[in-house]
Design a protein around this ligand. Sequence first.
Ligand SMILES: C[S@@+](CC[C@H](N)C(=O)[O-])C[C@H]1O[C@@H](n2cnc3c(N)ncnc32)[C@H](O)[C@@H]1O
Length: 320
Amino acid sequence: MFSEHDASAYGAIAHDFASDPVPGVPERPLIVLAALRRAALQGRATDPHAGDVEAARDDLHRLTNEIADAAEVGLVQYTDPVRLGDILPGLWCAALWYPDRPVRLVELGASAGMLLLAESISVRFANGAWAPPGALGVIDYPMKIPSEFLRTPLAIESSIGIDLRPLDMRDPEHVELLHSYAWPGPPARKERLDLGIRVARERPPPLLHGDVLEVAPDIIRERLDREVVTVVIDSAFSHYLPTSSRVKLGRTMDALCGAGPLVMISRGLAVSGDPGRSAVRAIDLTGRRRKVYAEMNFISESPEWLTSSSNFPAKAEKVQ
Ligand SMILES: C[S@@+](CC[C@H](N)C(=O)[O-])C[C@H]1O[C@@H](n2cnc3c(N)ncnc32)[C@H](O)[C@@H]1O
């Protein structure tokens, strides 16, 4: 998985760790690597981004307790503002399904709220750009999208994110925590994250502390209205939940959809079955239609559009 994401430094350490586990260190590579990196950012360990297997093994032995504590908390908070490129086409689907209605956004498992920054970050797609007035930065997303999207007005009326541990980019400790989840690889990754951090510091996205399963139903219900379209984003969130919680969340969403247009944008299993990739779907729970529109790797690099623009969105599939 790591080599597929151009992160061979982590691949080497994770491989060594899996073939000869360190007693007391749980087998959760993403969390273990993030905990090691956090210690490195504090000057207490060798940076695992360098891929030094021996040094990582020494650090794992020395820091076993704090790594076990991080695994006990169990939160993978990796995020990247490039995922705005995954989400924007779904927002345009909502705008086309429900024309002339502003969007109210709710993000589940928002981490630092990078996906709530659509009004502050411009996204350059391969054939045109999302360019909100007053954007504070630009991100490249090398995927061609239907030109109809680029002509469709998209007004975001409000945004809110929910997380068990919302990360506030004005707090240096939270910034360090976010950096600890970053993947090693091309410098562009760090540049993008730093851009997102800068923007989130200047225009902090509203984030609520809480368990999605407890908090989200009321938050979504309060936003539903026939004059707007409420869009719920589930990006790299629900697949971390146990199956019973995923089912509960699905039932909650189904029960809410009568009170006003409710659209879900969800990044989940790839339609190609490739375990290293994710597919993004826009699902209109109220109108009972959906579109699986793009596929990308976990980091949202190498995105690929899944349908031809000519049949979009008129032939959107009906939910079975
Ligand atoms: C991998 S991050 C995804 C961040 C962002 N959605 C994205 O796609 O870049 C998953 C987030 O879900 C949060 N999370 C996990 N379980 C949660 C729960 N039950 N309620 C609220 N947040 C949760 C974690 O704290 C973490 O910040």
